[in-house]
Write a protein that binds this ligand. Structure first.
Ligand code: MEV
Length: 325
């Protein structure tokens, strides 16, 4: 690689409002301190070359003139689609070398695809010296993600770009930083990888069949999100926990929870957590519990005994960052 740029972007954890956010209700998402890294530079050729050794992707090659929608590994798909959108917008042609690494497994549901999309587009703006407003950058990435997944609110892109803990509405219509410092939460992987688009479509189907019921449930979710926003700032953790339990009940009503996730929630609550819920689309991925510092170890042990894998992460972490080499 000639001159290169290294960008990192954080993964995320959904705290409140999942699924409802797809239908323009607000949610609260926090960035985690586990990050995805993208190193990009020109390679003097006419092709995009991608290496993601942790995902078994070595020297994936595609001619810049032949970007298309055909089958390719998932991570490469997000990178190539982001590059394609950027190149089409600005009429660019130069070949690129892109290498990615990640602090976390893509199974956790931390949003590695969104983080890699944001990091790729930031790298391109720096390499080409193209100035984009943050919202323009977000929009380009959101289009790329929608191209691939067809559905989604873009909350994970917002966490990757801006970091912190965000009160968010679909398409970054609202992005407000919530002033919190440390969130006293334990995060645990359920051991099952979930497929977000499938679960989003499952809820869409439920909504089609039972529009009034789902509308009522989403409205309850919205109330929870607004209350959580205040209680987080006031550090009323016990009450935040109560809202997490309510949010979980709603997700159970929507049919996206699983016995495995519920077993983990129960283990955390029995060990003294103030609240516990699945985080994200459901069907698997991770859950999160809130507790006093004194009970953290006990809760982590209970979650491990119940079959979960504790993920040591700090929440409310910083957004995308870059360095020129
Ligand atoms: C998935 O982690 C969260 C959902 O709300 C989907 C989305 O907002 O894109 C289910």
């Amino acid at each position: 690689m000639l001159q290169s740029i290294k960008v990192s972007a954080p993964g995320k954890l959904m705290l409140f409002g999942e699924h409802a956010v797809v239908y323009n209700y607000p949610c609260i998402v926090t960035a985690v301190d586990q990050r995805v890294y993208v190193e990009a530079g020109f390679n003097g050729k006419d092709e995009l070359v991608v290496n993601a050794p942790q995902l078994g992707i070595r020297d994936y090659k595609r001619k810049v003139s032949q970007f298309c929608d055909q089958e390719m590994p998932k991570q490469v798909n997000f990178i190539e689609t982001a590059v394609r959108h950027f190149y089409q917008k600005y009429g660019l042609k130069k070949g690129l070398e892109i290498k990615t690494e990640s602090d976390f497994s893509h199974s956790y549901g931390f949003g590695s695809s969104s983080a890699v999309t944001i990091a790729t587009v930031i790298a391109l703006t720096r390499l080409y010296g193209i100035k984009l407003m943050e919202k323009e950058l977000f929009d380009l990435c959101y289009q790329a993600v929608l191209d691939i997944q067809g559905v989604g609110s873009g909350f994970d892109l917002a966490a990757a770009l801006w970091g912190g803990t965000i009160f968010y509405k679909k398409g970054a219509e609202t992005v407000e930083q919530i002033k919190v410092k440390n969130l006293p939460m334990v995060v645990c992987y359920s051991g099952v990888k979930a497929d977000t688009p499938t679960l989003v479509r499952q809820v869409a189907e439920l909504k089609r069949k039972h529009p009034r019921k789902v509308k009522r449930v989403f409205e309850q979710m919205e109330v929870i999100v607004w209350q959580a926003r205040e209680l987080l700032v006031e550090k009323k953790w016990r009450e935040v926990g109560g809202l997490m339990n309510e949010n979980q009940m709603i997700l159970e009503e929507l049919g996206v929870s699983t016995l495995r996730l519920e077993r983990l929630n129960k283990a955390a609550l029995e060990a003294g957590a103030w609240g516990a819920k699945l985080s994200g689309a459901g069907g698997g991925d991770s859950m999160v519990a809130i507790c006093s510092a004194g009970l953290k170890q006990k809760i982590e042990k209970a979650l491990t005994r119940a079959g979960g894998k504790i993920i040591t992460v700090k929440l409310n972490s910083e957004g995308a960052r870059w360095k020129e080499n």
